[in-house]
Design a protein around this ligand. Sequence first.
Ligand SMILES: Nc1ncnc2c1ncn2[C@@H]1O[C@H](COP(=O)(O)OP(=O)(O)O)[C@@H](O)[C@H]1O
Ligand SMILES: [Mg+2]
Length: 243
Amino acid sequence: MNAAPLLDLDQVFAGYLPDLDIVQGVNLQVAAGELLTLLGPNGAGKSTLAKTLLGLVPVRSGSIRFRGQEISRLSSEAIVRLGIGYVPQVRNVFASLTVAENLEMGLFQIRPQHRPAAIARIYDLFPTLATRRSQRAGTLSGGERQLLAMGRALAAEPTLLVLDEPSAALSPLMVATVFEQIRAINNSGTTIILVEQNTRRALQLADRGCILESGRDRQTGPAAELLDDPLLGELYLGRSQES
Ligand SMILES: Nc1ncnc2c1ncn2[C@@H]1O[C@H](COP(=O)(O)OP(=O)(O)O)[C@@H](O)[C@H]1O
Ligand SMILES: [Mg+2]
């Protein structure tokens, strides 16, 4: 990597309990503009690593630098303000609020006068949300809910967007739609970390992949190379998460 990476993890250890590290010494660099997919079997620590980036899981040791700034001790709110957006794996919309209200929740760090334009941009990106703006999020389909969660994170115009399994529980058609949107978001300049169980599709979409195993980065490389790597088959052997 020639230029300084946008995100730089150096020997990161993190976990929910004081003496139980789930993330066990992760090293990872993400370049500006890249789409990196974070892979690995169930329980490998992908979601925990995503939450660690967002300041939602305490970092025990190591460093996380975003645009050169150490963020591993910052609050989640401060990290979002610096330009990292996050779509969690579960409970990523407020079911009892409308689509419009959910989008407004993503705008706390945007100046009030800029909020209507930010919302309009999201409706341009995801027209289906515009037609449902007064509908409660709980009444949306799984795919629409995922678009809403992405829209809320994007409304704040993050430099880096972390998506945790956006394709989970979606129909194959919706998976294709969501993946197309992820590609479009990345093409428009947003750097993306995509956590996926849908390994092959994610590697077909991404520039690079990082395979996490037992909280460690087992292998990181160009997506095309990882697709051919026997390690993938080995890690997922006997698991029925490929499609
Ligand atoms: N809130 C939590 N408190 C304690 N342990 C957790 C919590 N969430 C996940 N874990 C544990 O962390 C490990 C990694 O889980 P997770 O990061 O969700 O993996 P993945 O997203 O790769 O499936 C698992 O052993 C899981 O039981
Ligand atoms: Mg997970």
